[in-house]
Design a binder for this molecule. Structure first.
Ligand code: CA
Ligand code: ZN
Length: 301
């Protein structure tokens, strides 16, 4: 039996002073129910964002206090499963997103789920690919709105944060104060109109503390790759951050020389965009585990 946290136990800012809604031990499975990023305010195509109460958007469920975690603990979060609702919401907002200057009309489109597909405007089918938009820990001080990504995680909108992935974050306050929300039934890299298929649902996770002090986080691993994730208001800086973090990982943890790491990154790694529409943009660098295996390095189990 997993611990289940209600979507109504939520917060809007990652902040060290919020009372935890639950205390868990590493290794314990937790199911977090989540609202969509509009907190259910948009239910049909007549509900437009013009009427949205923006103070009640991007809720994250939590925060969860993880026993035995302290500042600089590396927290590993296994994404065990993501379940999304039968309907998700997409919107256009004039002025929002990368093509906001060309969008004249505010629109709401309800996307229905049918099995493993999403149906867009009756006849266009997209494969279901659930992911978590917002997941993070409290910063050591101050308050970071859930719409903002950063070193604490937050609104990274990274399509790799899905079932089977392992996300690593550096704990900044005792207990970590972990929260997540903003599930997408599907989203393209970039999130160019500023929404994915926004949906309520739930995410099943398990946390573990791991002996990887100094790991450049946010960091992710899946079956194919290790991934560094970096956010900055400037795209160039976001790219440089992700690349430098991978170079740090490969030299400090995997034991490669700077030149070998750089050449192998250039030959076999991929710099990719997570999103370009939030207050800071998020970029990732993916490096194949197949290369790590050849140099005899693997992350602790
Ligand atoms: Ca988001
Ligand atoms: Zn979202």
């Amino acid at each position: 039996m997993s611990l289940r946290i209600s979507r109504d136990q939520n917060f809007y800012h990652f902040n060290p002073n919020i009372e935890p809604v639950a205390f868990v031990k590493p290794g314990e499975e937790i199911i977090l129910e989540t609202h969509d990023c509009f907190q259910g305010q948009i239910r049909n195509e007549k509900d437009l964002v013009a009427n949205l109460d923006w103070n009640h958007t991007n809720p994250a469920t939590g925060p969860i206090f993880i026993n035995g975690t302290y500042p600089s603990t590396i927290l590993r979060i296994d994404i065990l499963d993501i379940d999304v609702d039968d309907q998700s919401v997409m919107v256009t907002i004039p002025g929002e997103g990368t093509v906001g200057n060309r969008i004249k009309d505010m629109e709401t489109t309800i996307v229905k789920r049918q099995g493993n597909e999403l149906v867009y405007k009756e006849n266009i089918r997209l494969p279901l690919a659930p992911m978590i938009g917002v997941i993070g820990v409290a910063p050591s001080e101050g308050s970071i709105g859930n719409g903002v990504p950063g070193l604490h995680g937050g609104n990274m909108d990274c399509t790799l944060i899905k079932k089977g992935a392992r996300l690593y974050l550096t704990v900044q306050v005792e207990g970590a104060l972990l929260g997540l929300g903003d599930l997408h039934a599907v989203m393209g890299d970039g999130e160019i109109v500023a929404v994915g298929a926004e949906t309520a649902g739930n995410a099943k996770i398990k946390t573990e503390t791991v002996d990887l002090t100094g790991l450049p986080t946010p960091f992710l691993e899946n079956t194919e790759s290790v991934v560094t994730i970096f956010s900055d208001p400037d795209m160039n800086r976001a790219s440089e951050g992700a690349v430098n973090n991978m170079l740090d990982f490969l030299t400090r943890f995997a034991g490669l020389s700077t030149n070998d790491a750089a050449m192998l990154m250039s030959a076999a790694g991929s710099l990719r965009v997570c999103q370009v529409v939030d207050p800071a943009k998020t970029v990732r660098f993916e490096f194949p585990k197949a290369v790590l295996a050849q140099i005899g390095y693997q992350l602790p189990e």
